[in-house]
Design a binder for this molecule. Structure first.
Ligand SMILES: Cc1cc2nc3c(=O)[nH]c(=O)nc-3n(C[C@H](O)[C@H](O)[C@H](O)COP(=O)(O)OP(=O)(O)OC[C@H]3O[C@@H](n4cnc5c(N)ncnc54)[C@H](O)[C@@H]3O)c2cc1C
Length: 367
């Protein structure tokens, strides 16, 4: 027998909207959706396309069948027909979710939700009481968290200089003295691109750092002095799981629910998988029991990879050279999407500098 379920969803970001889009379609579900008072700025989410995440292709802001990793020593080029690198904007995705909502099943609240003595309350002091609570409220990142932080600039240059056929996922030809830095460059056309200086470190830099780095990169590698700034995005994604206890039997989702991939910060595609898992359980009238997305093997490998980087930051580009040599395009798309192919995984392990890999392996194994 299907019983009526009252569900609260906390946090109006990627995970909150994606979940409500799916579960509002289930009959007998009533949703209280607490969006929070903060207005989120637009940004882009990149991911590799797989058939287990279906979306209207007109939502995409960009799609590349070729992508590159560039270091001072070499350039690795990847190509995939079936699994292109795709880009979607936050605004378009959220609007798509809104279009798909079954609104008659949803009450919307702009309130923030807080915890008081182990109880979740809205900012009027009203207790959140539902059969199920899904919590995606943002977490505070402290200075002990290793993060990937970045500022991205969509720019229009005064000359045709970008190769629009190929996304650059990492270009290490930039200053490495302030932490591991690379440039992420997505060309929308020959003149327009998202250029995003990205750093792996514990401290987040001042805004001017990213702007100066972007300017210098464009000058040194594209001979570009003049460009128009179209838009900006800024973010910091934890390169670890931030421990967060569940309040009041709530179920954490999104970054709060450990959907982020620890080594890369990629999260968007994994949120869609997490949401789908929950949807399938709820539509069978089951309480979602396991919302973990990444296998123990992936988590362990990511820990080793991060340990290698943290203990050998000066050798980052060499490590990514080894990473690049280990995969073809399809294999890389699978690996980055947490779909392990053992042959390419072994190739990657053998390509990494043996001594530093072994040291990190042992450190992570015995920790
Ligand atoms: C600029 C940027 C670029 C990114 N690029 C990529 C990418 O290319 N690919 C990728 O896979 N991932 C990317 N990520 C990582 C990840 O996909 C996003 O961070 C994603 O938004 C995570 O979804 P979420 O729902 O967990 O968190 P969020 O989308 O941040 O949502 C959390 C929500 O909780 C709300 N909230 C906060 N406090 C409260 C409260 N007290 N009560 C109620 N609500 C509250 C916030 O307002 C927010 O709406 C990027 C992140 C950023 C910031």
């Amino acid at each position: 027998m299907i019983t009526k379920k009252n569900i609260s969803v906390l946090g109006g970001g990627c995970a909150g909207y994606s979940l409500v889009k799916q579960i509002s379609k289930i009959n007998k579900v009533k949703i209280d959706f607490y969006l929070g008072s903060n207005i989120n700025k637009n940004n882009f989410w990149g991911f590799w396309k797989f058939n287990d995440f279906d979306f209207p292709t007109e939502l995409l802001s960009g799609k590349w069948h070729k992508w590159k990793i560039i270091t001072n020593r070499c350039e690795s080029i990847f190509e995939s027909i079936d699994h292109p690198y795709c880009l979607i904007s936050r605004d378009k995705w959220i609007n798509h979710c809104k279009d798909e909502f079954n609104k008659s099943n949803i009450n919307f609240y702009n309130n923030d939700v807080f915890e008081e003595g182990g109880v979740l309350k809205d900012d009027n002091g009203k207790k959140i009481s539902s059969d199920l609570i899904f919590d995606s409220r943002s977490l505070r990142i402290n200075e002990r968290t290793y993060v990937q932080h970045f500022k991205g600039f969509v720019i229009e240059s005064d000359k045709e200089c970008f190769d629009e056929s190929t996304a650059i996922l990492m270009d290490f030809r930039c200053d490495q003295s302030k932490g591991i830095q690379f440039i992420y460059l997505l060309p929308f056309s020959k003149k327009i691109a998202l250029v995003e200086p990205t750093v792996y470190s514990f401290d987040i830099k001042a805004d001017s750092f990213y702007f100066d780095s972007m300017k210098k990169y464009l000058k040194n590698n594209y001979g570009l002095d003049n460009f128009k700034l179209i838009s900006e995005e800024k973010g910091a994604i934890p390169l670890s799981f931030i421990n967060n206890e569940n309040t009041n039997n709530s179920i954490n989702i999104g970054i709060r629910g450990l959907a982020n991939r620890q080594s890369s910060g990629y999260t968007f595609y994994f949120i869609q998988q997490q949401v789908n898992k929950i949807y399938l359980d709820l539509s069978k009238n089951k309480k979602p029991s396991n919302t973990e997305i990444h296998s123990s093997l992936i988590n362990f490998l990511d820990k080793i990879f991060l340990d290698v980087l943290k203990t050998n930051p000066a050798r980052a580009s060499e490590i990514f050279d080894a990473f690049g040599k280990s995969f073809n395009g399809d294999e890389m798309a699978f690996f980055m999407s947490s779909k392990i192919k053992y042959k390419s995984l072994l190739r990657m392990i053998f390509n990494l500098p043996f001594k530093i890999f072994m040291n990190s392996f042992l450190r992570c194994f015995f920790k």
